[in-house]
Design a protein around this ligand. Structure first.
Ligand SMILES: Cc1cc2nc3c(=O)[nH]c(=O)nc-3n(C[C@H](O)[C@H](O)[C@H](O)COP(=O)(O)OP(=O)(O)OC[C@H]3O[C@@H](n4cnc5c(N)ncnc54)[C@H](O)[C@@H]3O)c2cc1C
Length: 408
């Protein structure tokens, strides 16, 4: 057993270096709170997990003074969400009508964003400590209260004590399981098959959505390659696989003829990653000494591509509400409850809207028996503007509060 003096101590231990954990750690350290961020992986370069930075996130990065540098990283931009259906294009949302410095969604690799944030955050805020290859495997509890974690690192098994542990460890959160918190799941009508095809000189650059004959294909420009997502009816992956890879290649070539010359790059089924789409939220985001945020607290459907942005908004609100009590050493569960109160209704509302869009758009788009017709309501200018605001900012425009602590 380590001696008491050997046990590392911090004010806040954030578990998980995804968008939620990294932004929370930065916002707390900016206010002068001692934070240690523990991330299981060696780096941020891992499987595709979405790249969309909505106006809300770009505005928050701008508040930190980093938006221009983030946008200097090569990225794509999407101003309009439009579906190509046969030879017609239906515009669903136009972000250019919004009053913001960033009336678009930036499509920027998540790994590059996280790397940038960690480098910039640790350089700017001495209170921020980031430990990579630090996989948390259990809580330390005293009389039921979480008072720290134990984690594995290249230096062996370590302990870190903290006034608050934040589980920002993603959709499969092991900390959530360890805390015995069960998410409430809602059913979604679809799954997504993600795969990539090479980019070629002269390819168009924007992100597209194509709907044809009961299929919906999402096409994302990743600069040196294309990321494609084929939306399929829930549970139909097995049938598609039975049909054989050639049938899958033909389907992609039919939906997006510009890729007909390279569908052979799908050489085996392991080139295709099935994502089981789920939506869920936990009934309670906290226990004494523990808070859940981001995907650990709620998994959003991919509709609207808002998961990263909602996770970041959780982080900012948590830092706004918790920095002062953490600094003053008087954090109670009431403060954690305030974070849930501030964020849970917003998450609930977005999930309800996503569920309505599943019924009105996605289900129709992947129904092979009926031609797809976009809902007439989306032609009303007021509805389109409201949809643009919700996609851009969510139900509330979140801002980073509190002054940056001067560091000497
Ligand atoms: C295929 C796919 C496509 C997506 N596309 C989009 C999109 O286009 N737009 C969008 O907004 N959202 C998208 N999402 C959702 C988005 O990725 C998530 O909503 C977002 O990443 C959630 O952020 P987070 O910080 O809560 O969790 P995560 O990003 O999942 O981060 C959790 C982190 O915790 C670490 N971790 C886990 N366990 C431990 C442990 N025990 N100890 C230490 N560290 C641990 C993980 O390594 C990870 O880095 C997509 C998701 C998937 C899977």
């Amino acid at each position: 057993m380590p001696l008491a003096s050997d046990v590392a101590q911090t004010r806040c231990c954030v578990v998980g270096g995804g968008p939620a954990g990294v932004i929370l750690a930065i916002c707390l350290a900016r206010r002068g709170v001692d934070v240690t961020l523990l991330e299981a992986h060696r780096d941020f370069d891992r499987a595709f997990r979405g790249d969309t930075l909505h106006p809300s996130t770009l505005e928050l990065l701008d508040q930190l003074g980093w938006a221009d540098d983030v946008l200097a990283i090569p990225h794509g931009r999407m101003t309009e969400v439009a579906f190509d259906v046969g030879d017609q294009t239906f515009s669903v949302v136009d972000l250019s009508v919004l009053k913001t410095r960033f009336p678009y969604v930036a499509i920027l690799p998540q790994a590059k964003l996280l790397q940038f944030l960690v480098e910039r955050g640790t350089a700017a805020f001495p209170k921020l400590v980031v430990r990579m290859q630090a996989k948390v495997d259990e809580f330390i509890r005293v009389q039921g209260q979480v008072v720290g974690v134990r984690y594995n690192s290249p230096d062996g098994h370590q302990e870190l004590r903290a006034d608050l542990v934040v589980a920002a460890d993603g959709r499969f959160s092991s900390l959530r399981k360890r805390a015995g918190i069960e998410p409430i799941r809602t059913s979604t009508p679809m799954d997504v098959l993600w795969f990539r095809l090479s980019a070629k000189e002269g390819d168009p650059h924007e992100m597209h959505f194509r709907i044809d004959a009961g299929h919906l294909l999402v096409i994302v420009n990743r600069d040196d390659y294309w990321q494609l997502g084929l939306v399929i009816a829930k549970g139909s992956y097995h049938d598609l696989k039975q049909g054989g890879l050639e049938q899958m290649r033909e389907l992609v070539a039919k939906l997006a003829p510009q890729f007909a010359d390279r569908v052979h790059e799908l050489a085996q089924w392991s080139d295709i990653t099935p994502l089981v789409v789920e939506a869920s939220r936990v009934p309670r985001w906290h226990q004494p000494g523990l808070l859940l945020i981001g995907d650990a607290a709620h998994v959003m459907s991919p509709v609207g591509g808002v998961g990263i942005n909602v996770a970041i908004q959780d982080a900012v609100v948590a830092a706004n509400l918790l920095a002062k009590p953490l600094l003053e050493g008087r954090l109670t569960e009431k403060n954690l409850m305030a974070v849930q109160r501030s964020r849970a209704w917003s998450v609930w509302l977005i999930q309800r809207l996503q569920s309505a869009l599943h019924k009105r758009i996605v289900r129709g788009a992947i129904d092979p028996l009926k031609p797809f017709r976009p809902p007439w309501i989306l032609r009303l200018p007021g509805v389109r503007k409201l949809a643009a605001r919700l996609i851009a900012f969510g139900p509330v425009r979140v801002r980073i509060r509190g002054e940056k602590t001067p560091f000497v």
